[in-house]
Design a protein around this ligand. Structure first.
Ligand SMILES: *[C@@H]1O[C@H](CO)[C@@H](O)[C@H](O)[C@H]1NC(C)=O
Ligand SMILES: *[C@@H]1O[C@H](CO)[C@@H](O)[C@H](O)[C@H]1NC(C)=O
Ligand SMILES: *[C@@H]1O[C@H](CO)[C@@H](O)[C@H](O)[C@H]1NC(C)=O
Ligand SMILES: *[C@@H]1O[C@H](CO)[C@@H](O)[C@H](O)[C@H]1NC(C)=O
Length: 525
């Protein structure tokens, strides 16, 4: 008895948490889009992102880094709140916007009014080659000629030789942003409901697609829904409700490719360490996403693609000291990969100039993103911690010719999440990603914890022999700089990676320690 107990204890010490790993892709592994991580951009300051008279190299480099890793650059949805406050003005070269005064809670507010000319849409030519774009059209103003003129200028831009030659494509148009909120924000009457919405949306979609001769045989297609929340039922606003209103039996139905929904984990205009740990926590990440499962099932039942067309941590453009920190990178990575497991094909992280939850700040910032106070000197373009999550996901997806499939590993630990990645053609396991979401804060007097793991391989193939280990090193969950991915940094003036790559190589039978607030990527050979 004593002997066997001791052996058990010994084996616990030797192996840590043992994670079963299938060597061959399980049939329910999810196929990962090479643009799984995509971006949603607030359109009022679009030319600050892309460039107007010349390319914004910083933004281009941050997109290109990701595109080089998976073979496909992130998709870009341009629109959001300011989409419903935009009008076309043929006399303008680029755009003209009116902004409310900044405040401590909202240091970089969205424009209340924006007028755009052809050059504004043509700035899409500055995106990396082969980028796919989804552009929002004003539906909030309920002015059909305005929507038509915008859509016409968008289509004109995407048929220009420069954009065609670069393989940059308009994937879809979106009519209106978060129309479920129109009854609260004054864009419609306080009684606005789903049947009125469906009738108006069909009028816009029919007029624009007929006038501009959109064809179901080609792109652009249409995104539908783009609601802020969901009733998950046929009343209220939800995908189920628009289907129930007959949107999919209308003549424009063949043009609808995608249902987009928006999701934030909450709205907090001030942050705390408790809030940061909540954001990073495995169960709250799963709770926020599985909430959408009935909607995803309803969309897939209609044969349509389902995306999170706009998402990020907390509305209010992010909570200060939370959304802009390294802990948010942990959240981003687990959120993104878990989304892939429940049928979400792409996750568009929302970004606006100076928003707290950005992955990328592409232009100089004159005031603090956290409280709006004037800075002694403008902050140069830079990436924020969440960007490392995008890089890590892109690296895990990689570019095997047959694509990549992934499955979440069953790990009986509230702080450790993991995913296994397989070559889509051979079915062979290629990588494992492990995410320790225990927040380790600056000023903590406790020593930093870690979780030890080892793998038990099934018998479905030849076990790999060696693994290389790459770590996302994070000094503290609440830090905003000094992250390193395999010893390298993206915190550079041009957004390109710098530093010597550091990986450990070891036998696959060895124990791997994942520290609190750390990510490790294991690549097998
Ligand atoms: C609707 O948009 C058109 C084109 O921009 C504009 O000429 C017209 O004045 C707008 N109508 C209203 C009621 O604002
Ligand atoms: C929406 O409002 C209109 C006009 O008041 C009404 O006729 C219609 O029945 C309502 N639809 C729903 C789904 O509540
Ligand atoms: C689209 O709407 C405009 C503005 O109301 C109208 O002039 C035009 O005839 C409509 N086109 C089609 C094809 O319905
Ligand atoms: C979503 O996440 C937040 C923490 O970020 C949590 O407070 C909230 O309860 C979660 N919502 C659900 C439905 O799980």
């Amino acid at each position: 008895m004593l002997w066997s107990t001791q052996l058990l204890l010994l084996s616990n010490v030797a192996f840590g948490l043992q994670i079963p790993l299938q060597l061959t892709a399980p049939s329910n592994a999810a196929k990962l889009s090479t643009s799984l991580i995509s971006f949603s951009i607030e359109q009022d300051r679009w030319t600050d992102w892309a460039g107007s008279t010349s390319r914004n190299d910083f933004f281009y480099n941050t997109l290109n880094n990701l595109g080089q890793l998976t073979g496909t650059p992130p998709q870009i949805r341009i629109g959001a709140n300011s989409e419903d406050h935009t009008n076309y003005d043929p006399s303008l070269q680029f755009s003209q916007a009116t902004f409310p005064a900044p405040s401590a809670n909202v240091p970089y507010p969205e424009a209340t009014k924006i007028a755009v000319g052809d050059g504004y849409y043509q700035s899409a030519k500055f995106l990396p080659p082969n980028t796919h774009v989804i552009w929002g059209v004003n539906f909030g103003s309920n002015n059909l000629s305005s929507a038509y003129l915008e859509a016409k200028s968008i289509l004109k831009a995407f048929s220009s030789p420069e954009i065609l030659d670069a393989g940059i494509k308009l994937d879809a148009l979106e009519f209106g942003n978060e129309a479920d909120l129109y009854k609260n924000n004054g864009l419609r009457a306080s009684t606005y409901n789903i049947s009125q919405y469906a009738t108006e949306w069909l009028t816009f979609a029919t007029n624009v697609s007929t006038s501009l001769k959109l064809s179901p045989m080609s792109i652009p297609k249409l995104w539908a829904a783009s609601f802020a929340g969901s009733s998950h039922s046929t009343s209220g606003f939800s995908p189920q409700a628009i289907f129930n209103q007959g949107v999919l039996s209308s003549p424009v139905a063949p043009l609808i490719s995608t249902i987009s929904q928006h999701r934030y984990s909450g709205s907090f205009c001030s942050g705390s360490s408790g809030l940061l740990q909540d954001l990073m926590t495995k169960s709250t990440i799963r709770g926020n996403l599985t909430d959408l499962q009935p909607d995803i099932a309803a969309v897939h039942a209609k044969g349509l693609d389902y995306v999170l067309g706009e998402t990020n941590s907390y509305s209010c453009h992010g909570a200060p000291g939370v959304s802009n920190t390294a802990g948010a990178a942990i959240w981003t990575l687990d959120y993104l990969l878990f989304a892939s497991q429940i049928g979400i094909s792409k996750v568009f992280f929302h970004e606006g100039i100076g928003f707290k939850y950005n992955l990328v700040q592409p232009s100089p910032l004159p005031r603090s993103t956290l409280d709006g106070t004037a800075l002694p000197a403008p902050l140069a373009p830079h990436i924020q911690p969440q960007y490392y999550a995008a890089i890590i996901a892109a690296e895990a997806i990689g570019r095997p010719s047959g694509g990549t499939v992934a499955i979440e590993l069953k790990i009986d630990n509230i702080r450790l999440a993991g995913y296994a990645f397989y070559d889509g053609a051979t079915g062979k396991v290629s990588k494992v990603l492990l995410i320790n979401s225990q927040a380790y804060f600056s000023g903590s007097t406790a020593s930093r914890g870690s979780i030890d793991v080892s793998f038990s391989f099934d018998a479905s193939g030849n076990a790999p022999k060696r693994m290389s280990i790459k770590r996302l090193s994070i000094p503290h969950a609440d830090d905003i700089v000094d992250l390193k991915w395999g010893g390298q940094t993206y915190e550079t003036a041009d957004g390109k990676v710098v530093g010597e790559l550091q990986v450990e190589v070891m036998d696959v039978t060895k124990v791997v320690s994942i520290h609190d607030t750390e990510v490790v990527l294991l690549s097998f050979s």
